[in-house]
Design a protein around this ligand. Sequence first.
Ligand code: ATP
Ligand code: MG
Length: 396
Amino acid sequence: MAQGAESGPSPFTPGYSKPPLVFGGHENELHEITAVFETLDFGENDSLLISGLRGSGKTSMLSRLQDAARRSGWIVLSDDASKGLMTRITESSIPREINRLTPATRMRLSSVGLWNFSASFEFVDRSRAVKPLLRDDLIALSSALGGDAGILITVDEVSSGKVRLRELSRFALEIAHAKEEGANIMIAFAGIKVDLDELVKNDHTTFIRRSRDLDFRRLTPRETAHVLEETARIAGRSIEFDALQLLIRVAQGYPYLIQLAGDYAWRNSPDSPAISLADAQVAHDKAIKSVQKRVISRVYEDLSERDRDFVNAMALDEGGRSKMSDIADRMGTYGQYVQIYKNRLIDSGYVQPDGRGYVAFSLPYLGDYIRSMDPQGPDGDEFRDGWSAFPPPPST
Ligand SMILES: Nc1ncnc2c1ncn2[C@@H]1O[C@H](COP(=O)(O)OP(=O)(O)OP(=O)(O)O)[C@@H](O)[C@H]1O
Ligand SMILES: [Mg+2]
């Protein structure tokens, strides 16, 4: 029924910080968290830590939450964890948000005395008489919302430099104080796992220590299929059965790669009503080359030197799984150290156990990338997460 001639530009969104048209997976979490925007019953959702490798969808998740919060009338303060976060929030995000509030709410705020307003209740500047404190701003904003809504704060790109962490801890402390005074605040941090772990270790506020962890890995084959089909369908095209099977296998559930594969397939014949196997085949090579250049290379660079030695040692096994004792030999180190690297890599999503004494890559195409861009798909992987029926296709 799709009318190919009418289909327009590609609806796929490959690229960092480009939220997808169809957001796959994470349904339960989204449901539970967005319910808080309506009920203000926070439960375990006071503070969220969203971790995952590059391109796994952390920023997209934050923007889903921001949209949902706004729909429920919440104030949204979003920024990344770079230097000067606190000042940016107080000096530019909060004034901007104030001017989005209803005139009635702004009128209530004008009586608090923290900010000066014009006769028509537009924000003018901060009152010089009051020492600027984020906690006071948050308490005032939350009470002006009158118990119907709260404040969502999102902090993306958390990194674990000492100075950064100190600044983030001060930020968290301000929020903790505001919460103690009854302000309705949800905060979400996003970053790679090791950095978020450092943040929690460094922090002295109990609410951050009790954060809810959302660890973003790959989507399942079903979720992958849904994203591909539904994105195409919304934009007026279908995907033929065997094309879809190939695209699922190419994408391996990795969000960035799903968008890349879909996008290349779409662009190969934008005017035909359905994406065909030939389109998917063209997308296959292009998407894998592109994901290695844009994503896998950066994910590899995020590794410490020793962790890199570990994955390099793994990549010598072209079969896709490596024996722990071989890795130890290749690294020229003892078993107990190798266990430490292994656990860290499993924890951050690069590697997974694969039977007793074996490990395999859980990040698709990393082994290939390390074997210097030789796109020979790993075969014989035994993923226990539903992926064994969808091995990466052999290169064409
Ligand atoms: N749940 C999802 N379903 C489908 N596509 C997604 C999903 N999440 C993200 N994407 C797509 O994946 C790509 C990367 O997303 P995003 O920028 O959110 O990742 P990230 O984890 O923030 O990466 P980084 O660590 O580099 O900041 C984008 O092209 C986005 O459209
Ligand atoms: Mg991001």
